[in-house]
Ligand binder design. Structure first.
Ligand SMILES: NC(=O)C1=CN([C@@H]2O[C@H](COP(=O)(O)OP(=O)(O)OC[C@H]3O[C@@H](n4cnc5c(N)ncnc54)[C@H](OP(=O)(O)O)[C@@H]3O)[C@@H](O)[C@H]2O)C=CC1
Ligand SMILES: N[C@@H](CCC(=O)N[C@@H](CSC=O)C(=O)NCC(=O)O)C(=O)O
Ligand SMILES: [Zn+2]
Ligand SMILES: [Zn+2]
Length: 369
């Protein structure tokens, strides 16, 4: 069949909207009709050429809300008409990682996913006979996409797909980082570095965890209003101070925070986030994704004296078993999504969504098909 998609032909160039070919789902795969997709900073990161796994041409996008159109042979857990969120972190339930009880990082199809291919080692997308690669196993910047069955979470049909698509990455990642990865306790002091879709969702998570103090840190003060609305108790712009931001936070919090979260992808900020943690017990969670060749550093003494450095992907959330409940919590008003949608636009305008993100003017843009 044909599908209208935003194709990333090469790194650093705008996406091009065009009709491309999409082959039918094979064994264990499903064909999805995309209803909406968010645009996450990770899409921009890969498009920029900084992602060591970036491969072109590709159909990017990983924050989708979709309807199952057709299922391939052997698919039993979803049927045409089901509403789903595609998962870039699948859940097979059978691999060593899924069975460990220690991680959400299912590895059943990770090798082929990282090469832009379906589990059988081929792509379903093509143009004039030449392959176009998948992205993160989801490729949501297309009216139709094919994904593995283990990479969809079936959700409540009553949920608006143009909102809950954001649970496909940003909002779940931020909330999950607090609840699953850091396991923030009531009464804690939390610092959040970077107030985009991820950082603001960390604030939501911190509120759900009943943190007492939540410091929201960003160089773009336009983000402070939303941070306060979501529950931040203090907003801090590092540019207002001469001292390094970690020293400022330590001073403001009587020795440092219990938990910090880096939500930018800046390795200097990752160091600041670690070093603003309280001696003896403070824990810092890296969420931001940094480019090829970049490395983190700190004095080992920071860890010797009890600070802990962690990282998280998709907030440690197991998509097929846990994401449907995130949707229910949104439906009950416990998780805020509508407020995070700054712009909605058709696929034709998707490059504007990237521009708005780079200009710091959007939390999330949602593309509707
Ligand atoms: N680990 C995971 O599973 C996931 C990781 N990510 C990663 O998380 C990061 C954040 O994503 P997202 O929220 O979508 O990105 P956004 O671009 O929406 O938000 C980043 C925010 O950080 C601000 N910022 C930039 N530099 C600094 C600085 N030096 N100090 C403080 N704030 C700063 C930006 O300001 P401005 O407005 O001026 O740009 C912006 O407000 C990205 O690296 C993304 O790739 C995303 C999803 C999942
Ligand atoms: N491919 C990159 C790193 C990209 C990355 O870390 N992705 C996150 C999700 S970011 C979502 O917006 C992730 O899930 N990582 C775990 C994984 O297995 O990819 C690189 O090679 O550095
Ligand atoms: Zn993302
Ligand atoms: Zn698995």
């Amino acid at each position: 069949m044909k599908t209208r998609a935003a194709v990333a032909w090469k790194a650093g160039s705008p996406l091009e909207i065009e009709e491309i070919e999409l082959a039918a789902p094979k064994q264990g795969e499903v064909l999805l009709q995309m209803v909406a997709t968010g645009v996450c900073h990770t899409d921009a990161f890969t498009l920029s050429g900084e992602d060591p796994e970036g491969i072109f041409p590709a159909v990017l996008g990983h924050e989708g809300g979709a309807i199952v159109q057709e299922v391939g042979p052997g698919v039993t857990s979803v049927a045409p008409g089901d509403h789903v969120i595609p998962l870039y972190t699948p859940e097979c339930g059978q691999c060593k990682f899924c069975l460990s009880g220690k991680t959400n990082l299912c590895q059943a199809i990770r090798a082929t996913q990282g090469k832009g291919l379906m589990p059988d080692g081929t792509s379903r997308f093509s143009k004039n006979g030449a392959p176009i690669y998948h992205y993160m196993g989801t490729s949501t910047f297309s009216e139709y996409t094919v994904v593995p069955e283990i990479a969809v979470a079936k959700i409540n049909k009553a949920a608006p797909l143009d909102k809950v698509c954001l649970l496909g990455c940003g909002i779940t990642t931020g909330i999950g980082a607090v609840l699953n990865t850091a396991k923030v306790e009531p009464g804690s002091t939390v610092a959040v570095f970077g107030l985009g879709g991820i950082g603001l969702s960390v604030i939501q998570g911190a509120v759900l965890a009943r943190a007492e103090r939540i410091l929201a840190i960003d160089i773009n003060e336009d983000k402070f209003e939303m941070a306060k609305m979501l529950g931040a108790t203090d907003c801090v712009n590092p540019r207002d101070y001469d001292a390094p931001i970690q020293d400022v936070v330590v001073e403001l919090t009587d020795g440092g925070v219990d938990y910090s979260f880096e939500c930018v992808g800046n390795t200097n900020l990752m160091r600041s986030a670690l070093e603003c943690c309280h001696k003896g017990w403070g824990e810092s969670v890296i969420i931001g994704v940094a480019g090829a060749g970049q490395e983190i550093c700190t004095r080992p003494f920071q860890l010797v004296t009890g600070r802990v450095w962690r990282g998280t992907a998709f907030g440690g959330v197991k998509g097929r078993t846990q994401l449907p409940d995130y949707v229910e919590r949104y439906m009950k008003g416990e998780i805020k999504i509508d407020e995070m949608v700054t712009y909605s636009m058709p696929l034709e305008d998707i490059n504007r969504a990237f521009d708005l993100m780079h200009q710091g003017k959007s939390i999330r843009s949602v593309i509707t098909f």
